[in-house]
Design a protein around this ligand. Structure first.
Ligand SMILES: [Zn+2]
Length: 365
């Protein structure tokens, strides 16, 4: 994930259409961008950014505060699975807790090997058919062994829907990636538990994918040394899209859905303009029907440099679900810790994922 490190309050994001070029060049690790409409509004945005930087408890994230161990030990109350289509937010959160306990999980590290063991053992334990795709990422730090993990739940037809996330974390000491790397992984593991246990097959083949190597490879202790680029990021999703193109499977993919940073208790997911409009509409309509219009909001953002683009560039409909406002707080800092993740938020996204499948079945019937 790349982003504009300074925060942009949502009201400014919706008004301003792009950051100035000078601002982008000053911030090489860019992920979220807004389009330009004029120097006056850009200046206003900058002033507002400065103001927000001086006020950590800004209005966009009233409940995201400095962490304490006691908060982690007592996670917020969850929605019961009976209210979220069977998705257990507490169980998804438990997966996040286990991943955080492992510690930093950058590609090729002992930590990510332990995370791989955890993900694979969990998937096998719930009876999911899984595949491990090993490959090497050619990175600024040299060749790094990476692994995508895929649970493949067979359907009755030929179409495929991909539910995806990344499980690696940035290469930063003491960075445990509870939200960035953890929240999506925990949610997908719980989704796998539900989908793999189903007796009745979907018409769609449902693949749940855990990507390695989403983050740019470099030493993030010196952020200015990390040059986020299309060639140095999203290694796992680029590998999978390329190998599916070679095998011919890519043509069968009806939709690719990506979860990345969905943990905040005040979760706010905006429509990504780089995502496929019809798929975004379908997911937002599903969320609205379930009563989550306050989470899946009618605001837009532009997410660049994330795993969905590896598929969009190859003509596959894809949608990224991400809370882009966290970049003003703990994003890519050691403060991305367990209490930044709320089981309730995982349950809401998980519920939407569960109900998105029948909506896709209907569309591709
Ligand atoms: Zn990240």
């Amino acid at each position: 994930m790349r982003g504009v490190p300074p925060p942009f309050p949502s009201i400014v994001v919706s008004m301003v259409q792009t950051l100035t070029d000078s601002r982008q060049s000053a911030q090489p690790m860019r992920r979220f961008k807004v389009r330009k409409i004029g120097i006056i509004i850009a200046s206003f945005a900058f002033l507002c950014t400065v103001a927000c930087n001086t006020q950590p408890s800004n209005v966009s994230h009233p409940t995201v505060n400095a962490s304490t161990p006691t908060q982690a030990a007592n996670p917020p109350a969850v929605l019961p699975p009976t209210a979220t289509g069977g998705f257990d937010g507490a169980q998804a959160f438990e997966h996040v807790r286990k991943l955080v306990e492992i510690g930093p999980r950058p590609p090729g590290s002992d930590g990510i090997h332990r995370a791989q063991t955890y993900i694979i053992s969990q998937l096998k334990g719930i009876g999911c058919p899984i595949e491990e795709h090993d490959f090497h990422g050619s990175t600024p730090l040299g060749d790094i062994a990476m692994k995508n993990i895929i649970a493949k739940i067979p359907g009755t037809g030929s179409g495929i829907v991909l539910y995806t996330t990344h499980y690696d974390t940035v290469r930063l000491p003491n960075f445990v990636g509870a939200d960035d790397g953890g929240s999506g992984t925990g949610t997908m593991l719980e989704l796998a538990r539900i989908f793999c246990a189903r007796k009745t097959k979907s018409t769609l083949n449902t693949w749940i994918v855990f990507f390695d190597g989403e983050e740019a490879q470099g030493e993030w202790t010196d952020r200015s040394s990390v040059q986020w680029s299309d060639a140095d990021s999203t290694f796992g999703s680029r590998e999978m899209a390329a190998s599916m193109a070679l095998s011919g499977d890519l043509k069968r993919v009806k939709a690719m859905i990506l979860a990345d940073m969905i943990g905040p208790s005040d979760l706010k997911i905006k429509r990504d303009k780089n995502s496929t409009p019809w798929l975004t509409d379908l997911i937002w309509a599903t969320a609205n029907q379930l009563g989550y219009a306050n989470v899946f909001v009618n605001e837009s953002t532009i997410v660049s440099g994330d795993d969905h683009l590896s598929f969009i560039r190859r003509g596959v409909p894809a949608c990224d679900l991400i809370d882009d406002e966290v970049q003003s707080t703990y994003w890519h800092t050691p403060q991305d810790t367990l209490e930044k993740v709320d089981p309730r938020s995982l349950a809401i996204v998980g519920h939407v994922f569960i109900e998105t499948l029948p909506a896709l079945e209907k569309k591709f019937r």
